[in-house]
Ligand binder design. Structure first.
Ligand SMILES: Nc1ncnc2c1ncn2[C@@H]1O[C@H](COP(=O)(O)OP(=O)(O)OP(=O)(O)O)[C@@H](O)[C@H]1O
Length: 581
């Protein structure tokens, strides 16, 4: 969506529809408080006129009592209004946050590679928080303000029409001015939100790389960047605020002029005997009260501008389309799944392919080892199998089905992957192992962890499977985290498993135990193992040697090992010499 494209605020109404009952109650309470506010000055007017005309003390006490009761109810309703308004705002904004998060989780990796988590947090939470007051109070306050204005002017016309005309003219002028310049601060509010998102992006990025920042002595540099980002937020925020408050300041000037004229007219009419003291008080009070709804309208205009800038950013995010279009096919053959790469070319950035015309085929149940120098494209092959990116040309088949035609869910259910990075989530050990799937029994977990050599570690934890783990993975050693990720994949009983450097962080003893477990797993499914160390690949059937994104060699591991002119044989030789050295 182009940044300055007009967006309709009506779009936000969809988030208010589910809370329409609460909004109706909110409106009802607001109308009641408005009535209380309109009635109370009239009680005082009667009180003053009764007292001035030497009226009975009993009726004066009655009027005073009535005033107090109405004022007390008014306070009570104001509290209810605030509670309900916040309730509506949270409900509506939480729905919007959920929609944004759901949408972001479906966006492709190319999108996520360009946005830091900090920026995304600001977009999903920060922008929406900016809209919460709008959700809570906008409709209610706008309706309430207009009802109060209409009430005040209505009563004034009843009591004294010439003064009412002046008040009405002031009101129309103020509302007109505000409406005319209501969008003045929208663009600058949007710029403020963008600066704030960048600031959060910067903080998140630096905290995520805290070890490198500390070890590399880059704290002063990071602080410098931080100060610059904060300065941008301050300058853009100040400009946005100034532009948002302009409508309100314009009405303050108008209001001062109106109060002066109304009071001057009121005093003249009172001096001429055309107004009672009580009515003069009433005029004065209503003129003061006129300020409240106009101030409210001014505040709501500010909220409107903030909400509109948030809305633009949210709509922009929601209109971002994932390049990965979900397929419709849900059926894959039972059991282990075959894999075919047919002339696959792929690039992360258009025009610079990282895989060129890659072809190989694996029968169901076969094991493939992929080797190649750093950056040769091994991990890219695994990412493509999970359709994290679309390929430029060629076809990838899993179980004989072109993965572009497959439902992503069907693919993910049958394909498991263990990568070099292991993500832990805030939750119990059980949740982290089963990825919140309550269908996996504790027996299955313990059996699998026993096979992988994690059982001892789990039994050593104070609360076993109920032990709470922290997100990020700092509570596990790198090796434990890898065993952990393997257990996760084991538990999903995949039909195709991709192990990306599965034992890269394990010591020799753990690696041996793990190797046995991996062999067991690979007995039930097709396996692709990406490894730097050739010892990890002793049990695979086929080898794929990649070089600068091209297939240098593909064939039976034993045949390639026997052929002294093969790349694989050369790699084995180099490996042996390294060991001897
Ligand atoms: N997200 C990305 N965006 C752009 N280029 C990328 C991205 N990820 C990897 N690349 C590039 O693609 C090429 C292949 O990377 P890939 O991670 O597949 O290599 P690899 O063989 O797995 O390397 P390693 O053995 O170091 O893990 C490299 O040149 C790398 O710089």
């Amino acid at each position: 969506m182009p940044p300055n494209k007009q967006v309709s605020m009506l779009w936000l109404l969809r988030y208010l529809v589910p809370v329409k009952g609460r909004i109706a109650v909110l409106l009802l309470i607001l109308l009641t408080t408005t009535a209380c506010q309109l009635v109370n000055p009239q009680i005082i007017q009667r009180f003053i006129d009764t007292a001035a005309s030497q009226g009975e003390v009993a009726s004066l006490l009655g009027l005073a009592g009535l005033f107090l009761v109405i004022a007390a109810f008014n306070q009570l309703f104001t509290v209810c209004l605030s509670y309900l308004g916040n309730d509506v705002a949270w409900r509506a904004t939480n729905r919007l946050r959920a929609d944004l998060l759901r949408h972001c989780l479906r966006l492709d990796m190319r999108f996520h590679n360009l946005k830091t988590p900090g920026v995304m947090i600001e977009r999903i939470d920060g922008d929406v928080t900016g809209m919460s007051n709008f959700f809570a109070m906008f409709i209610v306050q706008i309706v309430g303000s207009f009802v109060l204005l209409a009430g005040i002017l209505g009563f004034m016309f009843v009591h004294h029409w010439p003064i009412a005309v002046v008040m009405a003219a002031f009101t129309v002028l103020s509302v007109g001015v505000m409406a005319a310049i209501r969008n003045l601060g929208v663009a600058s509010s949007q710029a403020e939100r963008e600066a704030s998102a960048s600031l959060f992006g910067l903080i998140e990025e630096r905290l995520a790389g805290i070890e490198d920042v500390q070890a590399g002595g880059s704290v002063p540099y990071v602080m410098n960047r931080f100060h610059r980002a904060m300065r941008a937020v301050f300058l853009k925020g100040r400009r946005a605020w100034m532009l948002r408050v302009v409508p309100w300041n314009a009405t303050v000037v108008l209001f001062t002029a109106a109060v002066t004229i109304v009071l001057w007219m009121g005093v003249r009419f009172y001096a001429a005997g055309e107004l009672s003291l009580g009515t003069l008080y009433l005029i004065f009070q209503y003129t003061q009260m006129l300020n409240d709804p106009i101030e409210q309208l001014g505040n709501q205009m500010q909220e409107f501008q903030k909400a509109k800038s948030g809305l633009r950013r949210s709509r922009e995010l929601l209109s971002a389309q994932s390049e990965i279009a979900d397929g419709t096919e849900t059926k894959l053959p039972d059991g282990a799944l075959g894999v075919q790469f047919e002339h696959v070319t792929f690039s992360y950035n258009k025009g610079t392919p990282v895989l060129h015309d890659v072809s190989f085929a694996l029968k169901p149940g076969e094991r493939l080892g992929i080797v190649g120098r750093t950056g040769s494209g091994k991990s890219s092959v695994s990412r493509l199998l999970l359709r994290l990116y679309n390929i430029d040309s060629g076809t990838i088949r899993v179980g004989g089905v072109d993965i572009r035609t497959l439902r992503l869910e069907a693919l993910y259910r049958r394909v498991g992957m263990v990568t070099q990075e292991v993500q832990l989530f805030d939750g119990t050990l059980r949740d982290n192992l089963t990825l919140f799937d309550s269908g996996v029994t504790d027996e299955a977990i313990m059996e699998t962890t026993g096979r992988l050599g994690l059982r001892k570690w789990i039994e050593g934890l104070p609360e076993g499977l109920d032990t709470h783990l922290q997100a990020g993975g700092t509570s596990l050693s790198a090796g434990e985290a890898q065993l952990f990720a393997l257990t996760r994949v084991f538990l999903t009983q995949p039909s195709l498993v991709i192990l990306d450097e599965p034992s890269s962080r394990l010591d020799a003893a753990t690696e041996a135990a793990l190797q046995e477990a991996v062999n067991q797993l690979l007995r039930q499914c097709t396996g692709i193992v990406i490894a730097h160390r050739l010892s990890t690949l002793e049990k695979v059937d086929n080898m794929l040697v990649l070089g600068e994104g091209r297939v240098l060699e593909f064939g039976s591991r034993e045949d390639l090992a026997r052929d002294p002119s093969s790349h694989y044989a050369a790699l084995l030789k180099a490996d042996r010499q390294e060991e001897l050295a």
